[in-house]
Ligand binder design. Structure first.
Ligand SMILES: Nc1nc2c(c(=O)[nH]1)N[C@H]1C(S)=C(S)[C@@H](COP(=O)(O)O)O[C@H]1N2
Ligand SMILES: [Mo]
Length: 328
């Protein structure tokens, strides 16, 4: 027992959160906030989430097409991560640099929520989130999400394939990239007052990646509407890439011929590059990527190339130089 614990501790002691090195000051500050933590506010946030009228849309039918054997319930190997872990251990830097941002995130108002589609498409348009939902068909998919910090979770997301809204937007043939942005609202998201970050959070994938069957927009989790801390009302889930690519609370989808820098590329391009495909062989400059730890059970698993999703995505990268491009 003790030996196992030490091994895990050794594995984890060198891993620091994605943003630690740029903002130790704000970490100290947010620790101060966490110490107050009035239960009443938590209860109110919880009640608000429970009363979310969007909950009526769920649960939706499960699509098992993308299940990995390792967490096939029948295979019995790896189970869903505990719901409470998934909804209370989060990365969402707009609300702080610790994992404990649930209370701060409850301040975000996600209804109404406007989304714009722009750039290289015939007709740019804006649409309300609830109206967008009427144009897509919702399904549930169990995906493994692997953070670059070497933790992981197996999550039942509800939502729709990203390609269904790409088709709706009809990008022009010269569009090569899909640029997504999170809201910018420093009144609600206090960390956005810290101007050393390149806000708003921006992520970019290629159109080919966006059209891949695995690329998913989540609008719910565990049979309910997405809670704020997990990226309400809609977030990307690209499970073959490190978690930071799966951008939360999206307000715009822009089709572009050029590749702009992402949030993390601006901050630290050597560590959090554009491709960010999960690859156990390419170590992070400060730690190994060979294993990951389930945030609910603390069990360790071997990390697989493309997070186990090769069957669906390896062909996207067949012409690339593996050692250079899989991770960066
Ligand atoms: N807007 C925004 N999206 C974000 C982040 C963030 O800080 N802001 N963090 C990313 C990182 S680093 C991870 S690992 C996942 C975590 O998703 P979860 O909190 O639902 O587990 O969200 C990603 N999406
Ligand atoms: Mo992450």
């Amino acid at each position: 027992m003790l030996i196992k614990k030490n091994k895990e501790w050794n594995f984890y002691k060198n891993i620091t959160p994605e943003a630690t090195f740029i903002n130790r000051r704000s970490i100290l500050k947010s620790m101060g906030f966490a110490a107050i933590s009035p239960n009443i506010i938590m209860q109110n946030a919880f009640a608000a989430a429970q009363n979310d009228p969007r909950n009526d849309l769920y649960p939706v039918k499960e699509n098992r097409e993308f299940n990995l054997e390792e967490f096939d319930i029948k295979g019995g190997v790896r189970k869903l991560t505990k719901e409470n872990s998934v909804t209370s251990y989060n990365n969402y830097y707009e609300f702080g640099t610790t994992k404990n941002i649930k209370r701060a995130a409850s301040k975000l108002i996600t209804s109404p929520w406007n989304i714009s589609f722009k750039g290289l498409i015939d007709n740019e348009f804006e649409i309300d989130f609830d109206d967008l939902l009427k144009k897509v068909s919702l399904e549930e998919r169990v995906y493994k999400l692997r953070c670059v910090e070497a933790w992981s979770m197996v999550v039942p997301w509800s939502g729709f394939p990203l390609k269904s809204i790409i088709k709706m937007a009809q990008p022009k043939s010269n569009a090569k990239y899909l640029v997504m942005k999170t809201f910018f609202d420093p009144d609600k998201a206090k960390s956005q007052r810290q101007d050393w970050y390149p806000w708003p959070y921006t992520e970019v994938i290629t159109i080919d990646e966006a059209m891949n069957d695995l690329a998913f927009i989540a609008t719910g989790v565990y049979g309910k509407a997405l809670p704020n801390q997990n990226g309400s009302p809609l977030r990307l889930v690209v499970p073959w890439k490190y978690g930071f690519k799966s951008i939360k609370s999206i307000v715009s989808f822009e089709f572009s011929a050029e590749r702009p820098k992402t949030f993390w590329e601006e901050i630290q391009p050597k560590e959090y590059g554009f491709w960010a495909n999960v690859n156990p062989k390419v170590k992070h400059p400060r730690w190994s990527q060979e294993q990951d730890k389930d945030i609910g059970s603390n069990r360790m698993y071997s990390t697989e190339i493309y997070n186990g999703y090769s069957k669906w995505v390896a062909s996207l990268y067949k012409d690339m130089n593996k050692s250079d491009l899989l991770y960066r």
